[in-house]
Each structure stands twice: as C-alpha cells, then as structure tokens.
Design a protein around this ligand. Sequence first.
Ligand SMILES: Cc1ncc(C[n+]2csc(CCOP(=O)(O)OP(=O)(O)O)c2C)c(N)n1
Ligand code: SF4
Length: 421
Amino acid sequence: MKEVLSGNEAIARGAWEAGVRYAAAYPGTPSTEILETIGSRYKPDIYSQWSPNEKVALETAVGASMAGVRALAAMKHVGVNVAADPLFTASYTGVRGGLVLVTADDPNLHSSQNEQDNRNYARFAKIPLVEPSDSHEAKEFLKIAFEISEEFDTPVLFRTTTRISHSKSIVELGDRAEKPAPDHLERDVKKFVMLPAYARPKHPRIEERLRKLRAYGATSPLNRIEWGDTSIGIIASGIAYQYAKEAMPNASFLKLGLTYPIPDELVREFASKVDQVVVVEELDPFLEEQVRLLGIEVAHGKDWFPIVGELTPDFVAEKLTGRAAERQPAAQGLPVRPPVLCPGCSHRGVFTVLRKLKVYVSGDIGCYTLGALPPFEALHACLCMGGSITMAHGISKAMGEVTDRKDRTVAVIGDSTFFHS
Ligand SMILES: Cc1ncc(C[n+]2csc(CCOP(=O)(O)OP(=O)(O)O)c2C)c(N)n1
Ligand code: SF4
C-alpha cells in the first residue's frame, strides 16, 4: 500500500516498521510531528513520551536500548546541543537494542535561534550519519539505521532538514518487524559503566568502528552511483540531491545516504571516472572536506553553494547549468506581516507593564520572544532555552547596586522553557 507522508510522518512509520518499542522527544520545529505521529498512530506498539528536554529524551532512549529494545529519540538541531553530553558517551557504550537519534536541522532559521549544521555532530561524536532525500527514504533509511546501530554497536545520527521533514511524497508502506520484548535485564558493567578504566579501551574500538563503517559504505544500500554523462560528477545528499538531480537529470551522481563516514573507495571510484567533481550541499562543507581529505580535487563546492542559508532548486540549477530560471517576479507592494502575539495572549499585559517600567528584560525562547518586536519592544536579550534567568543573574552581578530603574534586570520565561532547564 502507498501513502503520501511528510518526512516526519515517514520517520514515525519507519520506527514502527523497524520494531521500535520506545520513542521520546522534546518538541521543536521541524521535528515535532515525529513523536506526535508515533503517539497517535503507532500506540501501543511503541511506547512514546514527551520529555522535559532533549537530554532527558536521549537518556531515556539510551536506557531502553540498554534494556534491549529498539529506541528512538527526536529533536530539532539545537536540541542536540542539550543532549550532547549523553550522546558523546553513548558513542562509547554502544547499544544493545538499536538506538537512533533524529536531528531535524533548520537551514535558513525558519523557526530557530541559530543555523547550525548538525552533520558535524556525527564527526565529533564519531558515530554514523544517515541522511534521507525524501519521505520514502526517510522510512526505509531509518530501518537501515537501526540495523547499522545493532551491527556496529553504535548510536546512529539520522539527519533531516526542514524541506525533508515537512515535504510530502509517496511512501510504500511495509509491515512491522516485531522484536520480542526482553525477558530479563542483562548486566554488563564494562560496557555500560564509563569509568576511565572501562572508557579508555573504547576509544580505539570506536576508531576501528569508523574504519569498518567506511568500508560498509561501499556496499550499503544507503549509497549509490547513478551513471550518466561523465563530464560532470555530482556528489550530494539530502534535499540538495533532489535539487541537483532536477537540474541535471543526465549527469553522473554519487548519491550518499551514509554521509559520515563517507565510503572512501566508492568516492575514489566515482571521482576517477568523471571529468570533474562538484559537491552540492547546504550549510557547511561537510562532504566537500571529506572528499578533499581523500586527495580528490573538487572543481566546485562552497565556491558555488553558500555556507549560509538554504539552497533552492532555482539557485542550484543556475549554478549547475549556468542558466537563470525563468520565474514570474513576486508581486510588489504587498503588506508585510511580521509575527505578533495573538490578540488575547496573556504575555501582552506583562510586556505592556515591562515597557512602561523601562527595565532591562532578559528574555527566553517561546512566543514571548516576540516581546522584543513592536508594539512592545520590551525584551532585550534572548540566547537559548533557559538562559533568561541565568543571564539576568550575570547582568545584575556585573551591574552591582544600580539606582536607575532602567538598569535593573527582569527575566521572563515560559513554563515549558522553565521545566526544560
Ligand atoms: C534547545 C531547544 N529545544 C527546543 C526548541 C523549540 N522551542 C522553542 S520555544 C519552545 C516552547 C516554549 O514554550 P514556553 O516556554 O511554554 O513558551 P510559549 O511559547 O508557550 O509562550 C520550544 C519547544 C528550542 N528553540 N531550543
Ligand atoms: S502563548 Fe503564543 S500561542 Fe499562546 S496566546 Fe500567546 S502568542 Fe498565542
């Protein structure tokens, strides 16, 4: 049977088909619908719960994996910053049941406080990275990610971007691979207690794991070469692959789904048979650097595709073909509609008073960040979830005893952000 699913719905379906029994998340655009879908469509096969923050979500998933079941944690890109501590050491412990962490990145900051490329976490934590290019791949690749996790004894980072998470495409549905529930709790102190004496020998094993993963990438169903015109060989993954394929359907492609570590032999084979290699990717030169490290010349990469912001099909086509897309110009003179607090929002009264008091307001992340914009203009700082109270503390200590009210600091924070921290 086929269904049209968003990337997030397809990930939820993939978790169900993979036999996942535990899923946890903290919400954040563009990741939220993953757990929403699991909770509404795949109950009771998958136990799912929202966590107070991303660290808790990942830790509970690690626990479920230790108990022997397949477990999934999902979050937006900045959530992985919060979950980084358990992530890096889970790379050392490895897994029992497969463990996949979904990171939904947000190029162009549609709904985020920064624009970070979480592919770098895979290299940093030395774990495999899987990137789908559409909803069907999101489902199928997730199942493979669980197999990789168990075969190589590692958490797997599964990265989407807004265009993959929220675009819809056709997905061929499959059955659930039921995994039996554990009948006892196994103990393995050397595997799961990361004392220095037990953690130290893990590091060389992780390096060995990466070597094996690199070799596995040559035959993995996640990676493929699509031979075409060999005057140009395009290396791409994720949504960038779709844009490049649409622009140059007849070119040769190395389409990567396992983007860390990249399969060096496959890359060499591909590069040796094309006249020039072009790497198309959003944000950081993540693939380009790995390709260059192999001693392979990259004709074009970040010189064409910027390190900042989101790629568009037109932009990629223009760079690859040298021809500008013909488009109707956008209508001129339309009214600007900046985001505002809802008419009856209870934050409105608070910001009206804070504005009158003229105090310095240390803000946080939520709807109330809009207190920075007209008509209130009564919020003067916002850094990360939970930062308002702590920044206000630093500011007030730095300022000492001030007499002028406008140099006094007030912190504002929402309930979810309060409990998150
Ligand atoms: C580390 C991190 N995780 C998740 C998010 C996404 N996010 C932004 S605000 C928010 C919820 C805020 O809720 P609350 O503090 O109650 O404020 P409200 O918007 O309800 O006023 C979430 C989940 C984020 N920006 N950063
Ligand atoms: S908290 Fe956000 S969603 Fe709720 S009323 Fe205020 S602006 Fe609207």
